[in-house]
Design a protein around this ligand. Structure first.
Ligand SMILES: [Fe+2]
Ligand SMILES: [Fe+2]
Length: 410
């Protein structure tokens, strides 16, 4: 059985199933291990890890601990509650179908700009800050028309595109966050520009470390950690960049409990912009496919952020971020209270009642005629998440045999 325990409960003989440490933002730590000594526990604590998942079938049990499924159930209830407490979001001004066409062009421009920025750095030239500002402004306009379009487009990355698209994705998430909190325009654009350029220093990290298809060694991680200082040094030479954007490049790996780098800053000692960007940065990293692992689906990503907000992130800002992404992001499989199952295809102003494409009736265990329904218009509630695996291969084959069209939006 998989259980979650505090690091203080770790002792020799326990098998760690998951070190639960992707909040660190890089592929740093080993995946699983049998704890053999007290020294090993000390080392794990020194990494800043606060809670781990253990496998009681492969090592000693810990009686006073919640099982992984209890943790998940508890988290899901809390995710729903925090959205309920925060009320409605602004409804999209333009339908997703329309905005996606504009967002595609913006993404292309952003990829172009990032490629040129990296080339400039390699040639020892400055980053064109004015162009970055202009781009972020058009990204901001797209996000305010419909945040789902640009976020969806930059979320899907081919494995070799990660470094490039990650920066654009983090910037889009920062824009969505600022919009949802109705932050002043100038502050929003400055933060999103910092987010767009936050990892530019990775260009100076050797490519074997940057794209290593396995866990980084301690020495490699020490090199990787330098990228935020490199980013800051590069941007320091670029004229016209505001202080908060520069700070984001330097401090996006600081963690609320002081376990981050490069300065080990804590709590409010980390600027607002860097606290927000760190949340967006980790969310994008854990939900993207990398050369060493599959990305988490978006709900699993939100669950992880929720868990880690106990220690590593600003709790209030994490809750705001979860609310802004929506506890039922596009592409999430859900089961309604009326026993119909479907996939979320668009958001509405009520984050708990999005638009859902229905395709299965659980009452008679049979596929149904595909129909799209705006739950907010009919006051229908979602009972819970369906796991994406449940709707994989077998069921989809059945749909095909029944000639139903099923095209979950990803
Ligand atoms: Fe980074
Ligand atoms: Fe990053």
């Amino acid at each position: 059985m998989i259980k979650k325990i505090k690091v203080d409960q770790l002792r020799p003989g326990i098998f760690v199933h998951d070190f639960n440490c992707d909040w660190a933002g890089e592929n740093v730590f080993i995946n699983q291990a049998l704890i053999k000594s007290d020294k090993a526990v000390k080392i794990i604590r020194s990494w800043g890890i606060k809670e781990v998942y253990i496998d009681t079938e492969r090592g000693l049990d810990v009686k006073r601990a919640k099982t992984a499924s209890e943790v998940r159930r508890h988290t899901d209830v809390n995710l729903k509650q925090l959205s309920r407490n925060r009320g409605k979001n602004s409804p999209p001004v333009v339908p997703l179908k329309e905005e996606i066409k504009v967002a595609r062009k913006i993404k292309k421009e952003a990829v172009n700009l990032m490629q040129q920025a990296m080339a400039s750095v390699q040639e020892g030239k400055q980053v064109d800050v004015d162009r970055a500002f202009q781009l972020v402004q058009s990204m901001g306009a797209s996000i305010s028309r419909n945040p789902d379009a640009l976020i969806m487009l930059t979320r899907i990355k081919k494995k070799d595109e990660y470094t490039l698209l990650h920066s654009i994705s983090v910037s889009s998430l920062v824009l969505a966050f600022c919009n949802s909190c109705r932050l002043p325009y100038d502050m929003t654009i400055n933060m999103a520009t910092g987010a767009l350029l936050h990892d530019i220093g990775k260009i100076q990290v050797p490519v074997e470390i940057l794209n290593k298809p396995g866990r980084l060694t301690r020495e490699e991680f020490a090199v990787m950690k330098k990228h935020s200082a490199y980013s800051a040094a590069i941007l320091n030479q670029s004229k016209g960049l505001p202080e908060d954007a520069f700070d984001i490049a330097l401090h996006h790996h600081e963690r609320y409990d002081g376990t981050g780098y490069p300065d080990g800053l804590k709590g409010e000692g980390i600027t607002f912009g860097s606290r927000v960007t760190s949340i967006c940065d980790v969310y994008d990293a854990i939900t993207s496919a990398r050369c060493y692992r599959r990305g988490l689906d978006r709900v699993a990503g939100l669950r992880k952020l929720y868990e880690w907000s106990d220690y590593h992130f600003d709790k209030e800002l994490t809750f705001e971020f979860i609310h802004c992404i929506g506890v039922y992001p596009i592409g999430t499989y859900v089961r309604l209270e009326n026993e119909l199952s479907g996939v979320v295809t668009a958001s509405t102003e009520n984050v708990l009642q999005p638009v859902v494409r229905l395709f299965y009736n659980n009452k008679n265990s049979a596929p149904m005629k595909i129909q799209e329904i705006d739950l907010s218009r009919f006051g229908i509630n979602i009972a819970g998440y369906d796991s994406p695996e449940k709707w994989s291969s077998d069921k989809l084959q059945t749909f095909k045999r029944n000639r139903h069209e099923l095209t979950p939006v990803q």
